[in-house]
Design a binder for this molecule. Structure first.
Ligand code: MLT
Length: 313
């Protein structure tokens, strides 16, 4: 009786709105990308997807909240490289295991990042910023979305690889962190293209470099880090939707089918291209592919954190 009830519930799913936990403040790239995907997936599954912004500790507070949620398909986590990849290497007492406590549902497209400085900063290009940081150790203030956020991790990797000492300033999300670069309270940020491009276009900040392998069509005159200060450097933020472990597979299948329709919809892929968000080969979007990627990233970041001096919690 139980299995048939479960089966019937999964078949009827969803019968009410679904919550996606975004573990950063509203207005940042995770929030923006999640909302643009949620509205399309919601149309496919026939129920609203409500975003619950639950910020703190680089996204690990919201991830822990999702791990504890009822596994009925009505709460899922918008996960990313930080709190679902690097966090086990950075946080000694992590309240969840990115692999053991979750069922991976599907992967989002990847977002490259842009290194931007406040308009009045004397550094006109990334080489000048590295030279300035060498001459003024700990005096280049870079804002981020908390220890383990991609803005924190990529800034830490950049500083370690460039041999400079910067001061990182944590916020509850890259939204508020970018506002303080625009306002001049801090010197710079690595922010993802979907939220960075509009500010660059309106000349509210100066773009110095991008973290993608090749230059972005939207920023043809902005060099990549690997053609300037860091040969072979490439980084982007990867994302995925995770359900609490134990969520019925029939529920996950229904959401995955809906998602794949969105990923192959031309209007959506055009919108992603406008934001320099990188679509992936379709077979990379599945829950199984996300699960493999998550486990590989947890292992990779353990070795990265051991090798470079990324500041821990
Ligand atoms: C980050 O990793 O920096 C986050 O994605 C920032 C955010 O989305 O607020």
């Amino acid at each position: 009786l139980v299995t048939s009830t479960f089966g019937a519930l999964a078949q009827a799913y969803p019968t009410k709105p679904v919550t996606w936990i975004v573990p950063f403040a509203a207005g940042g790239p995770t929030d923006a990308l999640a909302r643009s995907i949620a509205e399309r997936v919601a149309r496919e599954i026939g129920q609203p997807i409500v975003i619950d912004n639950a910020p703190g500790a680089g996204g690990t507070v919201g991830a822990a909240k999702a791990a504890r949620a009822t596994p009925d398909g009505y709460t899922m986590l918008v996960g990313h490289m930080g709190y679902m990849g690097a966090a086990p290497a950075l946080y000694k007492k992590l309240a969840y295991d990115p692999v053991a406590d979750f069922a991976p549902v599907f992967r989002f497209p990847d977002t490259p990042l842009v290194l931007m400085v406040r308009k009045e900063h004397p550094a006109k290009d990334v080489n000048a910023l590295v030279d300035y940081a060498k001459a003024n150790p700990d005096k280049v203030f870079i804002s981020n979305a908390g220890v383990g956020s991609s803005s924190h991790l990529i800034a830490a990797l950049w500083a370690a690889s460039a041999g400079i000492k910067i001061s990182q300033v944590p916020y509850k999300g890259a939204g508020p962190a970018l506002i303080d670069v625009i306002g001049g309270q801090v010197d710079g940020i690595f922010d993802q293209t979907n939220t960075a491009l509009p500010q660059i276009k309106e000349a509210k900040v100066r773009a110095l470099a991008v973290t993608s392998k090749v230059r972005l069509p939207q920023l043809k005159d902005v060099p990549t880090l690997n053609e300037t200060v860091l040969p072979n450097f490439e980084a982007s933020t990867w994302y995925g939707i995770y359900a609490p472990k134990g969520t019925p597979p029939a529920v996950l299948d229904k959401v995955q089918q809906a998602y794949l329709k969105v990923m192959t919809d031309r209007a959506f892929t055009d919108k992603m291209a406008e934001q320099a968000i990188q679509m992936l080969p379709t077979d990379q979007y599945t829950g199984a592919a996300l699960g493999k990627h998550t486990a590989a990233e947890v292992a990779r970041w353990k070795s990265v954190a051991a090798k470079s001096n990324i500041s821990l919690d």
